[in-house]
Design a protein around this ligand. Sequence first.
Ligand code: GLU
Length: 475
Amino acid sequence: MTENISIQKTGPVLRFAPSPTGMLHIGGARTALFNWLYARHTGGTFLLRIEDTDRERSTPEAVDAILNGMRWMGLDWDGDAVFQFARAARHREVAQKMLADGKAYRCYATADELTAMREEQKAKGLPMRYDGRWRDRDPAQAPPGAPYVVRLKSPQTGETIVHDLVVGDVRFANDQLDDMVLLRSDGTPTYMLAVVVDDADMGVSHVIRGADHLNNAARQIQIIAAMGASIPAYGHLPLINGPDGAKLSKRHGALAVEAYRDMGYLPETMRNYLLRLGWSHGDDETISTEDAIKWFNFEAIGKSPARMDYKKLDNLNGHYIRITPDETLVGEVAAFLERQTPPRILSMAARTRLAAAMPSLKERAKTLVQLATGADFLYTDGKRDLDASAARLLDGPGRARLAAALPALEATDWSGPALEEAARAHAEKTGLKLGDVAQPLRAALTGTATSPPLFEMLALLGREESLIRLRAYAD
Ligand code: GLU
């Protein structure tokens, strides 16, 4: 394993420090994005640290999911990812140094003793906290060879202030914070110690993370002070809520970034959407990544929880689909189809048709899934199966109208304008509306009741292929 502890860093140093216990979720992705944006805005450094110290819950699959999620989001990190568990010896070393400096102490209290202490506190209605019973006791009083934990000798008076870039100063009375464990009795470092040592060793200047870590910041500041390291700037981001204002949960739909990819959202959309979820630039809704890098700051981060708005997400995605080059979209659709089970591989002919239809197709699609499924009629040759609404359009009278219109179409040079002109003239002659003529044609051509402009599609599929499809339903 390589470490980027010593890579060349310039400017502010930011990091994203996910725990690999599950997928990269939407809140984590936003945290990563804000850190990345600030690093890119300032010409600083953006580091990635995998906090895999919880051996029970950390999995290699989750590590992959996080790395892939970051890559898909386009959030590139500098140097190699740092794995926290691999640094346990260094964390222990720092705790030993704190012991030697008198900033930490050995606590020999047994589990039974601590349980009794807590029960007593509970019975008296006191907050349950370690009471510092070994803080000033001579370790010689401990039974020989007895196991111990190492605790921080934290300040007992005064207060610890977190100067938060988002929420302002948050004050914690020191007598409310007990002497936390740094090393467990088996010598493993606690999470609180590991985070602080890694941030210090990685030269992290700004810790930007979720609001659920605000209370940890006070404890972490105490450890940093005991280490003699410098305290980073903190910014705690308000949580993301569901559309109903309640904490975002599975019930609200997708939480994992991967799920958004599979639903057909573009990475650009996700960056813009997650940026706006908790950060603003005037009334701008559509913010390119380029502008986001130019404009990002901490001042404009919202102080209250943001709400997911799936409609906004869809509209934004429609925007990014429209401005994405046709060739890129063809590639995305092809990749999407290949991910299906069983995978669908587009022939060269299908790709060519897809590319030709893309300017029309992309006008109406809100997701790549809609784009891929809406273009289904371009991928295969021959008679189409009908969906329910197409079947309704091709009832008896519909088929008769289709059959009646065919000769007029066949007489054209099969160009879009000529086909449209012929259909119009035929409708007029027979006293029908253009739609009455066009809808059965569309149903037979595509198997659906909606499609990009019909005459364009007829021209695109060509005389031979179109006529095979139309004749298949013309009685
Ligand atoms: N590993 C923590 C988490 O995934 C983040 C810790 C931090 O950013 O300081 O919630």
